[in-house]
Design a protein around this ligand. Structure first.
Ligand SMILES: NC(=O)C1=CN([C@@H]2O[C@H](COP(=O)(O)OP(=O)(O)OC[C@H]3O[C@@H](n4cnc5c(N)ncnc54)[C@H](OP(=O)(O)O)[C@@H]3O)[C@@H](O)[C@H]2O)C=CC1
Ligand SMILES: N[C@@H](CC(=O)OP(=O)(O)O)C(=O)O
Length: 347
């Protein structure tokens, strides 16, 4: 029998942290004690978990004494400072930030794709970027059966990916525009070190800072993390990441080329319909396809609009949607914790 675990959530008051607490409550992890951590700003606030009141504490190195699993989502600098402190005290860290993702000693895990990689962990496990997780979860069954030779993705990302402040900004701007009032954009785009732009009734083709190669950091995360998770360093991947005025649910238009040229649209649909964690919603005749408003609060990755390319016989197009706070963050992290327990990796 598994003993009861001491789990900590760092960033417990944030958009992701709140979903982590909700997901932990919904799942059946053997949690004996839950410690909720934030900055000093939120210390003292109370959260009800399984009918019990838990007082949020300021995250400090000592907070991790006796913790078995620590789920981090308080930003990269907090992870860099506190994750090693948690590991030093015996905890396994599942980190939602980009701080350690490309470190070769840190497994970057989507359980449907590379659960086995957990066995090589050294205390820290990285949860991938939200847009990357939902894409690779859908591509893995295709890669396994048909081989994968190219990926081109354009994203349509929700503001909740940029945290609670961005959700407020969208709502306030939308109201101000409807009321014909002035407003000053302050949050989006993330990485907008020179300017911020209106997000309500708009689309912003920048998520995170521009890199020297013209891609943004979000785009480079999708490119590099996809190659690492799928163990395909040579796979050609290109990404364009765009922020939309949607509160929750990232959408993606994905073009892939597979190695096998016998696969039909019906084969691809059947494969995805049977794949773990994937829901096929693809019935153009009846206008059935995934949309972010329908995926909020759900853990699965939804796939539809599957078409064969008109020019390339190995090319397929598809539309992938998922709740960015769940499969893209909180649920994937909790799923990693469940895998760690299942594989006997929690001492
Ligand atoms: N897998 C992925 O793709 C995703 C990863 N993330 C990662 O998770 C992080 C949090 O995202 P999100 O929840 O959306 O952000 P929010 O802005 O909504 O929440 C930030 C959280 O971090 C806490 N925090 C801030 N400063 C500190 C500090 N000095 N010490 C301890 N806690 C602190 C905040 O606590 P307080 O209430 O006290 O301010 C709050 O709980 C992101 O920065 C990103 O790195 C986020 C989304 C998706
Ligand atoms: N960048 C994502 C969310 C996020 O925090 O991603 P990352 O953990 O890769 O920085 C978004 O804005 O939708």
């Amino acid at each position: 029998m598994t003993r009861e675990l001491h789990v900590a959530v760092v960033g417990a008051t944030g958009a992701v942290g709140q979903q982590m607490i909700k997901t932990l409550q919904e799942r059946n992890l053997p949690i004996g004690k839950l410690t909720l951590l934030s900055s000093a700003r939120s210390a003292g606030k109370k959260v009800t978990y399984n009918g019990e009141e838990i007082i949020i504490q300021e995250a400090k190195p000592e907070s991790f004494e006796g913790v078995d699993i620590a789920l981090f989502s308080a930003g990269g600098s907090i992870s860099k400072a506190l994750a090693p402190e948690a590991v030093k005290r015996g905890a396994i860290v599942v980190d939602n930030t980009s701080a350690f993702r490309m470190d070769e000693n840190v497994p970057l895990v989507v359980p449907e794709v590379n659960e086995e990689a957990l066995k090589a962990h050294n205390g820290i496990i990285a949860n991938p970027n939200c847009s990357t997780i939902q894409m690779v979860a859908a591509l893995q069954p295709l890669r396994e059966k048909y081989g994968l030779s190219k990926v081109i993705v354009s994203t349509y990302q929700a503001v909740s990916g940029a945290g609670a402040a961005a959700i407020n900004e969208l709502k306030e701007q939308a109201q101000a525009i409807l009321d014909e009032k002035e407003f000053t954009p302050e949050i989006l785009p993330v990485g907008g070190d020179k300017k911020h732009y209106q997000i309500a009734f708009n689309a912003i083709p920048q998520i995170d800072k521009f890199q020297d190669n013209g891609f943004t950091f979000e785009e480079m995360k999708m490119i590099n993390e996809t190659k690492k998770i799928m163990s395909m360093p040579e796979l050609p991947v290109a990404a364009t990441c765009v922020r939309l005025p949607v509160v929750t649910g990232h959408s993606e238009s994905v073009y892939i080329e597979i190695e096998n040229n016998d696969a039909t649209v019906a084969d691809v649909k059947k494969l995805l319909a049977d794949a773990p964690g994937i829901v096929l919603q693809d019935d153009p005749e009846n206008q059935v396809y995934p949309m972010p408003a329908d995926c909020v609060g759900k853990r699965e990755v939804f796939v539809g609009r599957i078409r064969k390319d008109l020019d390339h016989e190995n090319g397929f197009h598809m539309w992938i949607v998922s709740d960015n706070l769940l499969k893209g963050a909180a649920w994937n992290s909790v799923q990693i914790a469940e895998s760690l327990i299942k594989l006997g990796l929690v001492k």
